[in-house]
Ligand binder design. Structure first.
Ligand code: AVI
Length: 339
């Protein structure tokens, strides 16, 4: 750990592995072709976050209608001291799953760093550009902070957790209701894998968007300025840019619906006319009114959160809400004596 935080970042973020990029592109092509070849078409929401998509998501988080970011910031500002106290050790690490721009994490990191300057920060994100910005900003803001950025999906994050060196305790942040973008079974299996990758005494802080008035939900996922629409349509723009497809973006429109059974908000791209698109030598047909599913954003009841902790082997030590009770951050501990 003799190297500076900035030089620690270079190998992971600045030296893109050409073979890995080619594999990622092949996987993108395969996933899109597969999703657009079935009767109920879909594009995995993971692909929202190229550089443009990450910028648009930053704009969504600043929107008046998109309440989750402000609610969670309120929670972290109010309860930050209590939360970092869960990571009392000098050698602890704050792991940030789906770090994004790290604005909320900074609220915890500043408290955490001032208590114990020997701490480390490990942001994990699919977007190399967002990750690089966040990692370098944190390294500048907290001189001497050991920053270990990891580019990847949650699976890579879990692999990194399993292989980690050192005995310090972890506080894993899974904020912003990122959990809500996974179907219930996928969320449970992810949390079980996360639990298995951790050690007794480690903690996780999971953000859950609570079920609320439908009109509030609709506004949050279909804002007046049209930023969420642009975010959704950027999926098609990305497929054109990276996979050479010929989607006409004017031929599709953003739709947001509420499914009370899940319960969840869902995003779709609706084809506005009968049309054919060419992608990787294949012709894909869309009929007028046909919907392509692009995202699920699950909403939770308080009892869902308790059931999630119970059935994934975590012990809940605290739950923190904003004033309106629209959002909750649950603090869970891996049971057993700390090593
Ligand atoms: C990242 N994720 C938790 C956001 C959400 O609320 O599902 C993504 C998003 N999609 C549309 N607006 C925001």
């Amino acid at each position: 750990m003799g190297t500076s935080a900035a030089s620690q970042m270079v190998p992971d973020v600045c030296a893109p592995d050409v073979a890995a990029q080619a594999t990622a592109l092949q996987r993108f092509r395969r996933d899109v072709l597969r999703g657009l070849s079935v009767a109920r078409k879909f594009i995995p929401s993971l692909y929202f976050y190229d550089a443009r998509g990450s910028q648009l998501f930053q704009r969504i988080m600043a929107l008046e209608e998109y309440y989750p970011t402000r609610c969670e910031r309120e929670i972290l500002e109010r309860h930050g001291d209590r939360l970092v106290a869960s990571l009392s050790e000098r050698q602890g690490t704050l792991v940030d799953l789906g770090a994004g721009d790290g604005t909320k994490t900074r609220l915890l990191l500043s408290r955490f760093f001032h208590r114990s300057p020997g701490v480390s920060y490990a942001p994990i994100d699919v977007s190399p550009t967002a990750l690089w910005d966040t990692a370098s900003r944190m390294a500048t803001e907290f001189p001497g902070l050991h920053v270990v950025p990891v580019v990847g999906e949650y699976a890579e994050g879990l692999r990194w957790l399993v292989a980690r060196e050192g005995s310090g305790a972890l506080l894993v942040l899974f904020l912003g209701s990122n959990i809500g973008n996974l179907e219930r079974e996928a969320a449970l299996s992810f949390l079980r894998e996360l639990r298995a990758a951790l050690r007794p005494g480690d903690h996780v802080l999971v953000g859950f968007d609570l079920l609320k008035d439908r009109a509030v939900l609709h506004r949050a996922y279909d804002d007046a300025e049209g930023v969420t629409s642009e975010f959704n349509l950027n999926l098609l723009a990305r497929i054109n840019r990276e996979l050479g497809a010929d989607f006409d973006l004017a031929g599709f429109a953003h739709r947001a619906t509420f499914d009370p059974l899940r319960p969840a908000m869902e995003s779709w791209l609706e084809s506005l006319r009968d049309q054919t698109v060419t992608l990787a030598g294949r012709r894909l047909s869309f009929s007028a009114g046909e919907l392509v599913h692009t995202e699920i954003s699950c909403k939770y009841r308080e009892e869902d959160i308790s059931a999630f902790a119970r059935s994934t082997g975590f012990h809940e030590v605290g739950r923190f809400r904003d004033d309106r009770g629209w959002f909750a951050d649950a603090l869970w501990r891996v049971p057993g004596p700390s090593l």
